[in-house]
Design a binder for this molecule. Structure first.
Ligand SMILES: Cc1cc2nc3c(=O)[nH]c(=O)nc-3n(C[C@H](O)[C@H](O)[C@H](O)COP(=O)(O)O)c2cc1C
Ligand SMILES: CCCCC(=O)C(=O)O
Length: 369
């Protein structure tokens, strides 16, 4: 026997249920698929109708290639940034997702701990399965509150007041969901939220079946620009509009000091809505640095993060990937997914010759052929 010791490359993260190392986000997805009940995995994974937009979100990143700069003399990589005056270690955020207790018994509190351990900002859904007070107490770092404006505006004001008191730093108001999309996997599975996944911040709402009528009985479909401005005034918090795809809407938001969160809800609402990355360049041009631009949808690799920032986003957000981590290993899984994506981003930055996020410029990106 040889006495040569082969040093193992340190694993970026843990092992999956079948014992295989979890090296990238796709590995976490497969591990989550093994762990979760099929209808819960379908709720997480699925999109509206034929799921074209779900696929386009990822494919658009593959259609772009990188043109690395060499001999830049950089010896380090720094992913630090600041969004609405909050200093962040990295430009990777957690997008809001409803009902974390569907995916792990420790729910949003575990996600908040994992995000803090990875130095990442979490966005807490209106439809969280633990209260904003519980999540705020568990959060060791900054977090934002995602608001679905409720038909009951008194309840909306109360939600905002509670989120602020629990130390939310900004409101991301979702503007792409006047109705929820027709998610055919859920319809086929007859999927309805079990009670442990029900919204903890809200009083029990009558008739919350997602697919009985086109409108959700809670979400106000008639929100307009004046509502967003009023939310900013009443809360005293920065406001972002989550779900922007059109440059003219982004310009209007920027003029009002409202942050732009480019999203198509992960393809879960309007199928065949444009991919988010395809919408980014025109939006970045019209916003022109006046307000933060966040983008989500289909970010699965550090090279995706680099492309989005090169094309003008200030930060990216991920949805499904950190839920895969949560399902696999609670807080530790969330931490490892976000750390892994950050590590990939740092490696990609070093390889394109970028020392800081400011070095990520549009000339680094070209069409893939
Ligand atoms: C299971 C699940 C629940 C979601 N719940 C919400 C929500 O409560 N509010 C919201 O604004 N967006 C919600 N989203 C959309 C995400 O915030 C985000 O826009 C999307 O997941 C990004 O795409 P990605 O999953 O490809 O990263 C949800 C997404 C998923 C997958
Ligand atoms: C009524 C919306 C439920 C949460 C959500 O936004 C989603 O599942 O995408």
């Amino acid at each position: 026997m040889s006495d040569t010791t082969v040093e193992r490359t340190p694993r970026p993260s843990g092992d999956g249920p079948s014992g295989a190392a979890l090296v990238n986000l796709a590995d976490y997805r497969e591990a989550a698929r093994e762990i979760l009940p099929a209808e819960v995995f379908d709720y997480l994974e699925g999109g509206a109708a034929d799921e074209h937009t779900v696929r386009w979100n990822q494919q658009t990143y593959r259609q772009l290639a990188l043109l690395p700069r060499v001999l830049t003399g950089h010896a380090s990589v720094d992913t630090g940034c600041s969004v609405f005056d909050t200093a962040l270690d990295s430009p990777i955020l957690l997008a809001p997702a409803a009902s974390h207790r569907l995916f792990h018994p420790d729910g949003e509190a575990a996600t908040a701990r994992g995000a803090a351990e990875a130095g990442a900002l979490m966005t807490v859904s209106t439809f969280s399965s633990q209260t904003v007070e519980e999540i705020g107490a568990a959060a060791g770092g900054p977090w934002w509150f995602q608001l679905y404006v409720q038909r009951d505006r008194g309840l909306t004001a109360e939600l905002v007041r509670r989120a602020r008191a629990a130390s939310a730093r900004a409101l991301a108001v979702t503007v792409d969901t006047p109705v929820t999309g027709l998610r055919e996997r859920d319809l086929r599975n007859g999927f309805a939220l079990p009670s442990h996944g029900s919204p903890a911040n809200l009083p029990h709402a009558p008739g919350t079946s997602a697919h009985g009528a086109i409108h959700d009985p809670r979400i106000d479909p008639a929100v307009d620009w004046s509502d967003l401005a009023a939310l900013g005034e009443v809360s005293g918090l920065p406001v972002l509009a989550k779900g922007i795809l059109r440059a003219e809407d982004a310009k209007r938001a920027a003029e009002a000091g409202i942050g732009v969160w480019i999203s198509n809800h992960g393809g879960r609402n309007l199928d065949t809505a444009a991919s988010t990355l395809s919408a980014l360049p025109a939006i970045a041009e019209r916003v022109a640095g006046r307000v933060p631009v966040i983008i989500d949808g289909g970010v699965r690799r550090g090279t995706d993060v680099v492309k989005a920032l090169a094309l003008g986003a200030d930060a990216v957000a991920v949805g499904r990937p950190y839920i895969w981590g949560l399902a696999v290993d609670g807080a530790g899984g969330v931490r490892d997914v976000i750390r892994g994506l950050r590590r990939e981003t740092e490696v990609a930055m070093a390889l394109v010759g970028a020392a800081t996020l400011d070095d990520l410029t549009p000339d680094l990106v070209t069409a893939a052929r």
